[in-house]
Design a protein around this ligand. Structure first.
Ligand code: FE2
Length: 283
């Protein structure tokens, strides 16, 4: 479906039933080109010798450090786990070594800010029932050819917890996403079972409060989408993505919104911003 400015009743029913909604042609070719070019500029100016931070969901505790924590209010660069050779040097150019850039592109960078605070993002969240939504984090994800790491099954509410829960994932395909280059997979309807566990930050660093349940691979369906499509993801939906073993990258922009009207940000979330992001306004 194309985006008409806000979700209609049929789309809302589909979202409530599945826990996700694919909106085709959400972003224009021009918007995608502008954001991809801007990321290329940011990468050009990134000095790789300043950090060796890796992003890994299979080894999250080990790879979460001050650089990661400070990224809540910065534009920070995280490498793929398989980016480095045995001697510690990059095996390929930096442009093909980065896992993701985050987590405040939407706040700091004018190009990403323009898209993330656009009327259509606001309209979408208001039409999904939000009263005073705020984008709490943004990530540019590369899913690099050959080394793009897997993201293990999870629920976004685990990481971005409010009381009551309110996280909504907005995942924009900047390139075509297919099974071969590591598209999203989700268990339809799994959001109805509620939040299973939380990701807590305390004096020991970060950890989950419970072990992960085991999910059956056959329960997941692939969400293959064209560039420009937006996948709306309920905060309790179980989803994942596999390694990219193909020769094609799979760039995506992932945003997460939360409700700030009547929902309280948990103080033991990993994101601890000194200044809260501005809520979106009614377009
Ligand atoms: Fe997610």
């Amino acid at each position: 479906m194309d985006f008409a400015g806000e979700v209609d009743g049929k789309e809302l029913d589909s979202f409530n039933s599945n826990g996700f909604l694919v909106i085709e042609n959400f972003a224009s070719a021009e918007e995608i080109r502008t954001m991809m070019e801007r990321m290329n500029e940011l990468l050009e100016s990134f000095d790789c010798s300043t950090t060796r931070s890796i992003f890994s969901t299979t080894n999250q505790r080990k790879t979460t450090d001050d650089y990661f924590f400070e990224s809540a209010e910065n534009i920070s660069f995280f490498f793929e786990e398989k980016a480095f050779g045995d001697d510690g040097s990059l095996k390929q150019p930096k442009q093909l070594s980065i896992n993701k850039v985050g987590h405040a592109l939407h706040d700091i960078d004018p190009v990403f800010k323009q898209f993330c605070s656009s009327a259509k993002i606001a309209k979408l969240l208001f039409s999904l029932g939000y009263k005073r939504p705020s984008i709490i984090q943004s990530m540019y994800i590369f899913k690099q050819p050959g080394i793009g790491g897997e993201v293990v099954p999870h629920q976004d509410n685990s990481f971005l917890y409010t009381e009551p829960t309110s996280c909504m994932g907005l995942w924009l395909a900047l390139e075509d996403a297919s099974i071969s280059n590591g598209c999203l997979w989700a268990i339809p309807g799994s959001h109805k079972n509620g939040l299973v566990r939380r990701f807590i930050r305390d004096e020991q660093g970060v950890h989950f409060d419970k072990p992960s349940p085991s999910y059956a691979r056959e329960d997941f369906v692939p969400l293959e989408v064209k560039a420009g499509s937006l996948v709306v993801i309920h905060g309790d939906l179980v989803h994942q993505s596999f390694e990219n073993q193909s020769t094609k990258s799979r760039h995506a922009l992932s945003l997460h919104g939360v409700e700030t009207d009547g929902c309280v940000w948990a103080v033991d979330n990993w994101i601890r911003r000194k200044t809260a992001p501005e809520p979106l306004t009614v377009p």
